[in-house]
Design a protein. Structure first.
Length: 278
């Protein structure tokens, strides 16, 4: 069992290795693995497998955010994620994050055993999200997203949007050491804009917060390779390795084992760790 009080000490590992957040979708309709881990036993087995393969964090989500997804209410989301978090948190020795934009779900998930909030709306969808993170003193991932995918000047607008998210949560009492940023690959961006974000990930690092890259198996990868979701592992790992060279410190992935092996190489070559670091 991971002790939530140790989460900030745990996250300092980004100085020595790239942290892997393994995706655990408790949904019937996620774009990559919808329905595979909807049952409790299957979800637990997958979580334990990802820990064994080298995941540093398990990201539990109960609502699909794929293009065209059907939103669900908080009660339905809670019924999916809470039983998994309660059981999984007792069996793994790594932290669990809750992938939600609803403050009530985040609060219940943290109390059930999660240690991190992962908000795909950057605390803009639910005005209480920042207050929950501040009250419970947990890290919060602020992902870039917006209702309209039109921009006057794409990269400056993206940076401005992220700054707004930072300001929102800090106004609610969130401290700098709690904040993690995510550029939001695949959200409110077309193919060219996703590629532009990838090429300029180092700009996000200038905020001074850890950056989480969630590019695994997304449409950008499929467009470049002209391959379906189930054949995007190698392309995802390549994009992740590129992101690490641009300063990304955390990655959110479906394929933990393959990513772990690639990042062990990257971290040594980039001088983050030595061969004796395990």
């Amino acid at each position: 069992m991971f002790q939530k009080e140790a989460i900030y000490t745990y996250l300092t590992r980004v100085k020595k290795e790239t942290l892997i957040m393994g995706i655990l979708n408790i949904t019937p309709d996620s774009f990559s693995d919808g329905g595979k881990f909807h049952a409790l036993d299957a979800a637990l087995a997958r979580g334990l497998q990802m820990e064994k393969e080298g995941a540093h964090i398990i990201d539990v989500g109960g609502e699909s955010t794929r293009p065209g997804h059907q939103p669900i209410g908080a009660d339905e989301e809670l019924s999916r994620v809470i039983p998994v978090i309660e059981r999984l948190s007792k069996e793994v020795n790594i932290p669990i994050s809750i992938d939600t934009y609803k403050a009530d779900v985040a609060k219940a998930a943290i109390k059930a055993g999660a240690s991190i909030i992962n908000d795909i709306w950057g605390a803009k969808k639910d005005e209480n999200m920042g207050a929950v993170a501040a009250e419970l003193q947990v890290p919060i991932v602020l992902m870039h997203n917006r209702m309209m995918d039109t921009y006057q000047n794409f990269l400056p607008d993206l940076m401005k949007d992220l700054k707004e998210s930072i300001d929102i949560v800090k106004a609610k009492g969130v401290c700098d050491h709690q904040i993690i940023l995510d550029p939001g690959i695949g959200f409110a961006k077309n193919f060219e804009q996703n590629v532009e974000v990838m090429k300029n990930l180092d700009q996000l690092c200038t905020f001074g917060y850890p950056v989480l890259l969630a590019v695994s198996k997304k449409r950008m990868i499929g467009t470049i390779l002209d391959l379906p979701v189930e054949e995007r592992t190698e392309g995802s790992v390549a994009a992740i390795c590129f992101g690490v060279t641009k300063g990304v410190q955390m990655v959110r992935v479906h394929d933990v084992k393959e990513t772990k092996r690639a990042l062990q190489i990257m971290d040594v070559l980039l001088g983050k760790r030595g061969l004796s670091d395990g």
